[in-house]
Design a protein around this ligand. Structure first.
Ligand code: PAF
Length: 285
């Protein structure tokens, strides 16, 4: 396994591989790799000749009051996981090679970034769209894997790749969960024991929303209220949003189309938790 630290070395490696005609699978990450990342890497390993994992805590997607300096960094452990999973290249650039002095171009996907995480974290998605564009230009993957846990991020990248004519394909991989339903996230390690016990409430709320749809409820507001009632039962949870949305535009729906995404975010202590579930149904006519 090779570790590449500069954009120039990454571009040179990519040019060489292009001549060999192999397929490249790409998993972009900010490190602190867990079993959710592992499942993305395994899917890439099974599908492509060569697998690249990027590890870069991207400063431009953090707000001034967010946890950039505290974000978990463990390159040694991450490299070990990648080695075990048969990754070919870890691309772990320094900040100055990704954003050299004078860099000023940004990428924005305004409509998808407008609501939900975009409202809670202004500038976050511009940072994500910019770094993902830069990574895709450097790695030029045939297939890129994103986790479904960050649903809005995956939807935004899908739109970005379409709008900017990136030739590769995006695969959104199902969320990996602990046995009590909590979606795996690099930030979960910061949950205290008592907060960890409270955290699956978000998953339970989404499950309640999904159950209501399968029981025949078709009104977005009513499903939203059912989910909110579940969260209200957990005193440690501070609800940010629960929404019933179109799975592509992420706009809220009042009458359900055949497929919706239920999105949720809440705070437990200082940790924000995100989760979502896709629900499809077919009404009898
Ligand atoms: O989901 C993440 O880990 C990051 O937002 C990403 C896509 C690697 C961009 O920094």
């Amino acid at each position: 396994m090779k570790t590449i630290r500069t954009t120039a070395a990454m571009a040179a490696w990519r040019r060489r591989l292009h001549r060999e005609g192999v397929t490249i699978g790409f998993v972009p990450t900010m490190g602190a790799l867990h079993d959710g990342h592992r499942s993305l890497i395994r899917a890439a390993r099974m599908t492509c000749d060569t697998v690249v994992v990027s590890i870069f805590v991207n400063p431009t997607q953090f707000g001034p009051t967010e946890d950039l300096s505290n974000y978990p960094r463990q390159l040694g452990l991450d490299r070990a996981l990648c080695l075990t999973e048969g990754v070919d290249v870890v691309f772990a650039p320094e900040r100055r090679t990704m954003y050299p002095p004078g860099a000023q171009t940004v990428v924005a996907v305004p409509a998808i970034a407008r609501r939900w995480e975009g409202e809670a974290r202004p500038h976050h998605f511009q940072g994500v769209a910019t770094i993902v564009t830069k990574l895709l230009c450097l790695v030029q993957p045939d297939i890129t894997w994103f986790g479904q846990k960050d649903y809005q991020q995956a939807a935004l990248v899908q739109q970005l790749m379409k709008d900017l004519n990136f030739p590769g394909r995006l695969i959104v991989h199902p969320t990996v969960r602990d046995s009590d339903g909590l979606a795996l996230s690099s930030r979960n390690i910061y949950l205290s024991k008592i907060h960890r016990q409270a955290a699956p409430v978000l998953f339970r709320a989404l499950e309640a929303g999904s159950a209501a749809i399968h029981a025949g409820e078709r009104r977005g507001a009513s499903i939203q209220r059912r989910m909110a009632r579940v969260v209200a039962q957990e005193p440690l949870a501070v609800l940010e949003y629960l929404a019933v949305c179109d799975p592509i535009t992420l706009e809220p729906v009042s009458r359900l189309p055949r497929r919706v995404v239920l999105l949720g975010a809440l705070r437990i202590g200082r940790i924000r938790l995100l989760d979502n579930t896709l629900v499809s149904f077919r009404d009898k006519v």
